[in-house]
Design a protein around this ligand. Structure first.
Ligand SMILES: [Fe+2]
Length: 281
């Protein structure tokens, strides 16, 4: 087996899993519960995700412009490319090779709240209000501070990771289920051909219905730390989030998501991605 086929909004996508670790069913257990999933008390728990209004027009514009300026500065400084006329959606017209793109991504992959020309920590407060409990960027189970990822996905590229659950690494390596919520904020080029694909309700499935790798994953020749999920309840269907600019997509760390193929032909997609933990009293 060298290829896997998934459906995103009913369209088939075939990807190479050459040299992937082996795929196996999980144990007879359901990992998401009142004790292990901090989204359990949310009114959207049964679906596993929600899209909610979050920034007004002015705030969104300021966030988008701030990011555009930061990325354009990295491009001109690190690649010595003239960024006259740069916009996030046209990123692929400035950064044209994989080598150059990976140089930029190595800088934008791990940002902390303090790296933004924008009050990200204020946003954490607002997100806490949305979920009704206090959120923190410190992993309360390890004391590590979490990163904010600026995901840049060029049109028609392999800049996506396999369908996965964020909790699996902790489960497989440390037998710990980290308690966090995932946030995904659309910044540019986010459409129904590029938004993040999700598998609604997949967080509530028994692990014996999930076929996946248990030690990283390989897709389209790229190696990932996340485990590749091949199928769930004998299906491999994902649907793209309908999240709009100014909204935030929130989802359980137990929900299957990924394979964010950018099917736009001339738009780079940019989104902010991060996790937040429930602050223990
Ligand atoms: Fe993820």
């Amino acid at each position: 087996m060298e290829n896997l086929t998934y459906q995103i909004n009913d369209k088939e996508h075939s990807v190479s899993i050459k040299e992937s670790p082996v795929f196996q069913h999980g144990k007879d257990e359901i990992l998401s519960s009142k004790e292990t999933d901090i989204t359990y008390t949310q009114d959207w728990y049964s679906e596993g995700f929600t899209e909610v209004d979050f920034l007004n027009e002015e705030e969104f514009k300021s966030l988008q412009e701030g990011l555009s300026t930061s990325i354009s500065k990295i491009i001109s400084k690190d690649l010595a490319i003239d960024t006259e006329g740069f916009s996030l959606e046209s990123y692929h017209k400035f950064v044209k090779t994989d080598t150059d793109h990976f140089k930029i991504v190595s800088k934008t992959r791990d940002l902390f709240a303090t790296d933004f020309n924008f009050p990200i920590t204020k946003l954490y407060k607002r997100l806490s209000e949305l979920v009704g409990f206090e959120l923190t960027d410190i992993n309360t189970q390890t004391n590590d501070k979490v990163h904010i990822i600026v995901r840049i996905n060029r049109p028609g590229s392999n800049d996506f990771n396999p369908p996965h659950k964020d909790i699996y690494e902790g489960v497989d390596k440390k037998s710990i289920i980290f308690k966090f919520l995932n946030f995904w904020i659309p910044i540019a080029g986010v459409t129904n051909k590029s938004a993040l694909p999700l598998a609604p309700e997949s967080h509530r499935l028994n692990e014996n219905e999930i076929v996946r790798t248990f030690d990283g994953g390989t897709m389209q020749g790229n190696k990932y730390r996340v485990r590749t999920i091949k199928s769930w309840a004998r299906e491999s269907k994902l649907m793209r989030s309908a999240v709009k600019y100014g909204q935030v997509l929130m989802f359980s760390g137990h929900l299957i998501h990924g394979l964010a193929v950018n099917e736009e032909t001339d738009k780079t997609r940019v989104a902010l991605e991060f996790r937040l933990f429930k602050k223990e009293k």
